[in-house]
Write a protein that binds this ligand. Structure first.
Ligand SMILES: NC(=O)c1ccc[n+]([C@@H]2O[C@H](COP(=O)([O-])OP(=O)(O)OC[C@H]3O[C@@H](n4cnc5c(N)ncnc54)[C@H](OP(=O)(O)O)[C@@H]3O)[C@@H](O)[C@H]2O)c1
Length: 305
């Protein structure tokens, strides 16, 4: 039997994709969630309650697990980044990661690998330069959040556990809010690039997130920060042009950067800034992307039967 996979914060967008993929491979999937779930879990998946910050009976579930995968954290995209919200974004990540690492420390039988979700926001706004895992952290709230989040996972290495920090960018999934929000103006014939359109977007199809995570669990030589992102990042202008073509709509109405700032405040950084990230380590390890190019990825997601 392939073993047990524990997904902390696994009821969200990424977690649902992972639960499906890992259970299809025969793994037992346990999802740690803060809510008392009444609904029955899908086949081979079960829910276990935790508070996302302290030790509890859930720790037994990570003993000897094939992998602990941490996805917990307050969403970045819901509501303006007030000082209070920013604190919550960082706190929820650092506390849940620390609780998991402490859990591992208390166990005799350690999990085989600890995988922490992370983000390409780590690199900050890096202009036109290609960045890979050897590039330094950038500036700004997102970069600082990711830096602190990753730092809270690192002590697990001292427990003799392999650590993989999977840095992803925009996850394109059929039901994802981001894709719905980006596609809506196009559906209404009012789509166009946001800001100058020159900023880079690093994106990945949800199937590749699942496949890349599975690959990370099964590749013992892979450790440290690993960019989980398609090998073909695009400029915002190109992303919108491909999105328009996929929806048979024009991409003509640009949304000025200042309008996004007015609407979203500092959160506009998520769309006005960008990074051109290369998945150097995954490619070197021989990982094959199912959707390396944007047109096929968007076609599959937006014209899925
Ligand atoms: N989606 C993307 O495009 C993307 C890109 C790069 C990185 N990431 C990162 O990958 C991770 C997973 O992404 P996702 O899109 O699946 O996230 P998500 O749908 O927002 O789910 C994350 C989970 O975190 C838990 N959570 C929410 N608020 C929390 C809080 N205040 N304290 C503790 N736990 C909380 C929730 O689980 P319960 O309510 O069940 O406890 C939720 O299901 C996130 O940390 C995200 O930052 C995502």
């Amino acid at each position: 039997l392939p073993g047990r996979i524990v997904l902390a914060g696994g009821r969200g967008l990424v977690g649902s994709c992972l639960a499906r993929r890992f259970s299809a491979e025969g793994y037992d999937v346990i999802i740690l969630t803060r809510s008392a779930v009444q609904a029955p879990a899908p086949l081979m998946v079960s829910y276990l309650q935790w508070d996302g910050r302290s030790n509890g009976s859930w720790v037994a579930a990570i003993s000897g697990a094939a992998a602990v995968i941490n996805l917990s954290g307050a969403s970045l995209g819901s509501g303006r980044w007030t000082a209070k919200r920013k604190k919550e974004i960082v706190r929820s990540r650092v506390e849940s990661t620390t609780a998991l690492v402490e859990g591992v420390r208390s166990l005799e039988n350690k999990p085989k690998v600890f995988i922490n979700a992370s983000a390409v926001g780590f690199y900050g706004d890096s202009g036109d330069a290609e960045v890979d895992e050897s590039s330094p952290a950038g500036n700004g709230f997102l970069a600082e959040t990711v830096r602190r989040w990753e730092a809270s996972a690192k002590p697990v290495v001292q427990e003799g556990v392999r650590l993989v920090l999977l840095r992803s960018g925009v996850v394109l999934a059929a039901g994802a809010q981001v894709l719905k929000r980006l596609a809506l103006p196009f559906r209404l014939f009012a789509g166009g690039p946001i800001g100058t359109g020159r900023q880079w977007m690093s994106w990945i199809h949800a199937d590749d997130v699942a496949e890349g995570t599975l690959f990370s669990v099964r590749t013992p030589g892979l450790s440290g920060s690993v960019n989980l992102i398609s090998p073909e990042p695009v400029r915002m202008k190109e992303f919108c042009s491909v999105l328009g073509k996929t929806l048979y709509r024009p991409s003509w109405l640009p949304v000025p950067g200042y309008a996004m700032r007015l609407l979203l405040g500092e959160m506009a950084d998520m769309v006005l800034q960008g990074q051109r990230v290369i998945p150097r380590k995954l490619m070197a390890a021989g990982f094959q992307f199912r959707y390396p190019a944007l047109p096929e990825a968007l076609r599959e997601l937006l014209h899925r039967r």
